[in-house]
Design a protein around this ligand. Structure first.
Ligand code: PGA
Length: 241
């Protein structure tokens, strides 16, 4: 199981340092933890994670190796700062920055060339679900976002229904099961048979066990609840059970 914390644009540095140290106070058998920290915090947070086995990740990268791209961060920089993985195509980046699946694929190729593994996010909006297009939307995002050249062990997929992110609404077990089965089928067909599929969207200690019991759910991508160490631990404990 993988449980990944996505801190997004939170919290302030003093809180981040304490939170990272608190994560290290626990360990969970059979659970790989990943922390996607804000870029300026990669080094100070990474120092606190040393020896804990918790993997450090960036929340985005540029598709080019280097160059005149003011404000952007390269995959080499992430790697140099201790990251071993990068989160790509989160719905907030797709919405806030107009990121396309084509761009996500280019970033994934660049990330792998810097020895980073990638976690690619996919998920439908409420309008797409209500129109009956959830599955086709997600499969199309996969088909375009995932480069065929990526090794299966360097790829993780996070299925996050956009309407469940930060809203307190969670997809039902049936909805999660249907989508994860569809994603599993696509991945196996495309040769990504060792790629894990995480669920994301308002995962909390109180609903984690039910979500982890759904077939083809290999863990969770956690936003809000990852900012409280006890809540993140609770989700990791559910994954360990
Ligand atoms: P949430 O965020 O847990 O706050 O819903 C999940 C995510 O966006 O990765």
């Amino acid at each position: 199981m993988i449980v990944a914390a996505n801190w997004k644009m939170n919290p302030e540095l003093s809180v981040a340092a304490k939170l990272a140290s608190d994560y290290c106070a626990t360990s969970f058998a059979g659970v790989t933890r990943i922390l996607f920290a804000p870029h300026p915090y990669l080094v100070p947070v990474g120092v606190r994670l040393e020896g804990s086995g918790i993997l450090l990740g960036g929340q985005d990268c540029h598709p080019s190796a280097s160059g005149a791209h003011t404000g952007d961060v390269s995959t080499g920089m992430l790697h140099d700062c201790g990251a071993s993985v990068v989160l790509l195509g989160h719905s907030e980046r797709r919405a806030d920055h107009g990121e396309t699946s084509e761009l996500v694929a280019a970033k994934a190729v660049q990330a792998f060339s810097s020895s980073l593994s990638v976690m690619i996010c996919v998920g439908e909006t409420l309008a797409e679900r209500e129109a009956g297009n959830a599955r086709v939307t997600v499969l199309e995002q996969l088909a375009i976002s995932v480069p065929s050249t990526l090794p299966t062990t360097a790829l993780t997929i996070a299925y996050e229904p956009v309407w469940a992110i930060g809203t307190g609404k969670v997809a039902t077990a049936v909805e999660i099961a249907e989508m994860h089965l569809g994603i599993r089928g696509w991945l196996d067909e495309a040769g990504f048979n060792q790629t894990k599929i995480l669920y994301g969207g308002s995962v909390k200690p109180g609903n984690a066990a039910e979500i982890f019991a759904v077939p083809h759910v290999d863990g969770a991508l956690v936003g809000g609840a990852s900012l409280i160490a006890a809540d993140f631990d609770g989700i990791c404990a559910a994954a360990a059970d």
